[in-house]
Design a protein around this ligand. Structure first.
Ligand code: 5GP
Length: 207
Protein backbone atom coordinates (compact mmCIF):
# COMPACT_ATOMS: atom_id res chain seq x y z
CA UNK A 1 0.00 0.00 0.00
CA UNK A 2 2.82 2.40 0.91
CA UNK A 3 4.47 1.65 -2.45
CA UNK A 4 1.20 2.26 -4.32
CA UNK A 5 0.67 5.55 -2.50
CA UNK A 6 4.24 6.59 -3.31
CA UNK A 7 3.81 5.74 -7.02
CA UNK A 8 0.48 7.55 -7.10
CA UNK A 9 1.93 10.63 -5.47
CA UNK A 10 4.92 10.64 -7.85
CA UNK A 11 2.53 10.27 -10.81
CA UNK A 12 0.44 13.19 -9.58
CA UNK A 13 3.58 15.31 -9.21
CA UNK A 14 4.48 14.60 -12.87
CA UNK A 15 0.98 15.67 -13.96
CA UNK A 16 1.14 18.81 -11.86
CA UNK A 17 4.57 19.60 -13.34
CA UNK A 18 3.18 19.34 -16.88
CA UNK A 19 0.21 21.53 -16.12
CA UNK A 20 2.38 23.97 -14.20
CA UNK A 21 4.80 24.18 -17.15
CA UNK A 22 1.87 24.97 -19.47
CA UNK A 23 0.36 27.51 -17.10
CA UNK A 24 3.72 29.21 -16.47
CA UNK A 25 4.36 29.37 -20.20
CA UNK A 26 0.95 30.94 -20.87
CA UNK A 27 1.59 33.57 -18.19
CA UNK A 28 5.14 34.21 -19.41
CA UNK A 29 4.68 34.15 -23.20
CA UNK A 30 0.93 34.54 -23.81
CA UNK A 31 -0.19 37.87 -25.25
CA UNK A 32 -3.64 39.27 -24.81
CA UNK A 33 -5.52 40.99 -27.63
CA UNK A 34 -8.80 42.90 -27.58
CA UNK A 35 -11.93 40.81 -28.11
CA UNK A 36 -10.85 37.99 -25.82
CA UNK A 37 -8.02 36.65 -27.98
CA UNK A 38 -4.87 35.12 -26.55
CA UNK A 39 -1.81 34.72 -28.72
CA UNK A 40 0.53 31.88 -27.93
CA UNK A 41 2.73 32.27 -31.01
CA UNK A 42 5.91 31.69 -29.05
CA UNK A 43 5.21 28.06 -28.17
CA UNK A 44 2.02 26.72 -29.85
CA UNK A 45 0.73 28.69 -32.84
CA UNK A 46 3.80 29.87 -34.74
CA UNK A 47 7.03 28.85 -33.06
CA UNK A 48 6.32 25.49 -31.40
CA UNK A 49 7.80 23.78 -28.36
CA UNK A 50 7.81 20.05 -29.18
CA UNK A 51 8.86 19.06 -25.69
CA UNK A 52 5.97 20.91 -24.05
CA UNK A 53 3.64 19.55 -26.77
CA UNK A 54 4.72 16.00 -25.95
CA UNK A 55 4.00 16.56 -22.26
CA UNK A 56 0.61 18.05 -23.12
CA UNK A 57 -0.24 14.99 -25.23
CA UNK A 58 0.92 12.57 -22.55
CA UNK A 59 -1.54 14.30 -20.21
CA UNK A 60 -4.39 13.95 -22.76
CA UNK A 61 -3.48 10.27 -23.10
CA UNK A 62 -3.56 9.85 -19.30
CA UNK A 63 -7.00 11.46 -19.08
CA UNK A 64 -8.41 9.26 -21.86
CA UNK A 65 -6.52 6.13 -20.80
CA UNK A 66 -9.67 4.11 -20.15
CA UNK A 67 -11.33 5.16 -23.41
CA UNK A 68 -11.17 3.13 -26.59
CA UNK A 69 -9.90 5.30 -29.46
CA UNK A 70 -9.00 4.30 -33.01
CA UNK A 71 -8.49 7.71 -34.62
CA UNK A 72 -7.40 11.22 -33.71
CA UNK A 73 -9.13 14.07 -35.49
CA UNK A 74 -8.55 17.79 -35.55
CA UNK A 75 -9.22 20.84 -37.69
CA UNK A 76 -6.62 22.67 -39.75
CA UNK A 77 -4.36 24.38 -39.15
CA UNK A 78 -3.56 24.90 -35.48
CA UNK A 79 -4.88 21.53 -34.27
CA UNK A 80 -2.53 19.57 -36.49
CA UNK A 81 0.52 19.86 -34.21
CA UNK A 82 -1.10 18.36 -31.07
CA UNK A 83 -3.00 15.82 -33.20
CA UNK A 84 0.08 14.45 -34.95
CA UNK A 85 1.88 14.19 -31.60
CA UNK A 86 -1.10 12.27 -30.16
CA UNK A 87 -1.20 9.98 -33.17
CA UNK A 88 2.52 9.34 -32.90
CA UNK A 89 2.37 8.53 -29.18
CA UNK A 90 -0.71 6.30 -29.54
CA UNK A 91 0.27 4.84 -32.91
CA UNK A 92 -3.09 5.87 -34.36
CA UNK A 93 -4.07 7.56 -37.65
CA UNK A 94 -4.66 11.31 -37.61
CA UNK A 95 -7.23 13.07 -39.80
CA UNK A 96 -7.67 16.82 -40.04
CA UNK A 97 -10.86 18.45 -41.23
CA UNK A 98 -10.05 20.77 -44.12
CA UNK A 99 -11.27 24.33 -44.31
CA UNK A 100 -10.44 25.05 -47.93
CA UNK A 101 -12.59 24.12 -50.93
CA UNK A 102 -11.43 20.73 -51.97
CA UNK A 103 -11.33 18.49 -55.02
CA UNK A 104 -12.44 15.64 -52.76
CA UNK A 105 -15.20 13.60 -54.39
CA UNK A 106 -17.00 11.88 -51.59
CA UNK A 107 -16.98 14.05 -48.51
CA UNK A 108 -18.84 15.02 -45.40
CA UNK A 109 -19.33 18.75 -45.08
CA UNK A 110 -20.42 21.25 -42.44
CA UNK A 111 -20.07 24.98 -41.77
CA UNK A 112 -18.12 26.56 -38.93
CA UNK A 113 -18.11 30.17 -37.78
CA UNK A 114 -14.65 31.47 -36.96
CA UNK A 115 -14.73 34.22 -34.40
CA UNK A 116 -11.04 35.08 -34.87
CA UNK A 117 -11.72 35.65 -38.60
CA UNK A 118 -15.39 36.69 -38.12
CA UNK A 119 -16.67 34.59 -40.99
CA UNK A 120 -18.24 31.26 -41.79
CA UNK A 121 -16.39 28.61 -43.77
CA UNK A 122 -16.96 25.09 -45.04
CA UNK A 123 -15.18 22.23 -43.34
CA UNK A 124 -14.87 18.86 -45.01
CA UNK A 125 -13.61 15.34 -44.28
CA UNK A 126 -13.44 12.55 -46.82
CA UNK A 127 -15.94 9.74 -46.18
CA UNK A 128 -12.96 7.43 -46.58
CA UNK A 129 -11.32 8.75 -43.40
CA UNK A 130 -14.28 9.14 -41.05
CA UNK A 131 -16.57 6.15 -40.95
CA UNK A 132 -19.26 4.37 -39.02
CA UNK A 133 -17.71 2.50 -36.11
CA UNK A 134 -14.78 4.90 -35.69
CA UNK A 135 -14.06 5.89 -32.09
CA UNK A 136 -12.71 9.35 -32.43
CA UNK A 137 -10.80 11.66 -30.09
CA UNK A 138 -10.73 15.30 -31.22
CA UNK A 139 -7.88 17.59 -30.15
CA UNK A 140 -7.34 21.30 -30.76
CA UNK A 141 -5.29 24.19 -29.43
CA UNK A 142 -8.17 26.38 -28.17
CA UNK A 143 -11.75 26.04 -27.02
CA UNK A 144 -13.53 29.39 -27.31
CA UNK A 145 -17.24 29.47 -28.28
CA UNK A 146 -17.27 25.84 -29.38
CA UNK A 147 -18.01 26.53 -33.05
CA UNK A 148 -15.25 24.25 -34.38
CA UNK A 149 -16.35 21.62 -31.86
CA UNK A 150 -19.96 21.92 -33.08
CA UNK A 151 -18.78 21.33 -36.66
CA UNK A 152 -16.81 18.24 -35.66
CA UNK A 153 -19.75 16.88 -33.64
CA UNK A 154 -21.87 17.29 -36.80
CA UNK A 155 -19.30 15.58 -39.06
CA UNK A 156 -19.02 12.60 -36.66
CA UNK A 157 -22.81 12.33 -36.55
CA UNK A 158 -23.03 12.36 -40.34
CA UNK A 159 -20.36 9.63 -40.53
CA UNK A 160 -21.96 7.50 -37.81
CA UNK A 161 -18.65 7.71 -35.91
CA UNK A 162 -18.51 7.87 -32.12
CA UNK A 163 -16.90 11.02 -30.75
CA UNK A 164 -15.46 9.64 -27.51
CA UNK A 165 -14.02 12.93 -26.31
CA UNK A 166 -12.53 16.31 -27.05
CA UNK A 167 -9.25 17.69 -25.69
CA UNK A 168 -8.10 21.29 -25.74
CA UNK A 169 -4.76 22.72 -24.69
CA UNK A 170 -6.34 26.02 -23.64
CA UNK A 171 -9.99 26.68 -22.79
CA UNK A 172 -11.31 30.22 -22.50
CA UNK A 173 -14.06 29.48 -20.01
CA UNK A 174 -15.66 32.93 -20.37
CA UNK A 175 -16.65 32.10 -23.96
CA UNK A 176 -18.60 29.01 -22.81
CA UNK A 177 -17.68 26.52 -25.56
CA UNK A 178 -17.75 23.70 -23.01
CA UNK A 179 -21.54 24.02 -22.74
CA UNK A 180 -21.94 23.24 -26.46
CA UNK A 181 -19.85 20.08 -26.08
CA UNK A 182 -21.40 18.82 -22.86
CA UNK A 183 -24.92 19.50 -24.13
CA UNK A 184 -24.08 17.19 -27.02
CA UNK A 185 -23.17 14.53 -24.43
CA UNK A 186 -19.46 14.57 -25.31
CA UNK A 187 -16.66 14.49 -22.75
CA UNK A 188 -14.51 17.63 -22.71
CA UNK A 189 -11.01 17.91 -21.24
CA UNK A 190 -8.84 21.01 -21.26
CA UNK A 191 -5.43 21.45 -19.71
CA UNK A 192 -5.30 25.17 -18.92
CA UNK A 193 -8.49 27.07 -18.23
CA UNK A 194 -8.55 30.85 -18.63
CA UNK A 195 -11.21 32.55 -16.55
CA UNK A 196 -10.73 36.02 -17.90
CA UNK A 197 -8.66 38.17 -20.25
CA UNK A 198 -10.25 41.39 -19.00
CA UNK A 199 -8.02 44.46 -19.17
CA UNK A 200 -5.56 42.25 -21.03
CA UNK A 201 -4.70 40.39 -17.86
CA UNK A 202 -4.50 36.60 -18.11
CA UNK A 203 -6.43 35.02 -15.22
CA UNK A 204 -6.04 31.25 -15.03
CA UNK A 205 -8.39 28.99 -13.10
CA UNK A 206 -6.72 27.44 -10.05
CA UNK A 207 -6.18 23.65 -10.12
P1 5GP B 1 -14.26 28.13 -31.23
O1 5GP B 1 -14.60 27.37 -32.49
O2 5GP B 1 -14.28 27.26 -30.01
O3 5GP B 1 -15.06 29.36 -31.09
O4 5GP B 1 -12.76 28.63 -31.43
C1 5GP B 1 -11.75 27.69 -31.46
C2 5GP B 1 -10.89 27.84 -32.69
O5 5GP B 1 -10.58 29.21 -32.94
C3 5GP B 1 -9.57 27.13 -32.45
O6 5GP B 1 -9.40 26.18 -33.50
C4 5GP B 1 -8.50 28.19 -32.48
O7 5GP B 1 -7.60 27.94 -33.51
C5 5GP B 1 -9.22 29.51 -32.71
N1 5GP B 1 -9.16 30.36 -31.51
C6 5GP B 1 -10.19 30.69 -30.70
N2 5GP B 1 -9.80 31.55 -29.74
C7 5GP B 1 -8.48 31.75 -29.93
C8 5GP B 1 -7.51 32.54 -29.24
O8 5GP B 1 -7.78 33.24 -28.25
N3 5GP B 1 -6.24 32.47 -29.71
C9 5GP B 1 -5.89 31.72 -30.80
N4 5GP B 1 -4.61 31.72 -31.17
N5 5GP B 1 -6.80 30.97 -31.49
C10 5GP B 1 -8.07 30.99 -31.05
Amino acid sequence: LVLLLAINSQHRQTINCTMKALRDRILKDGKCYPGGILKVDKFINHQMDPNLMKRICVEFIRRYASTEINKIITIEASGIAPAIMMGFLLDLPVVFAKKKPSTMADMLSTTVFSFTKQREYHVVISKEYLREGDKVLFVDDFLAYGNAAKGIIDLCKQAGAELVGMGFIIEKAFQHGREVIEQAGVRCESLAIIESLENCEIKLKED
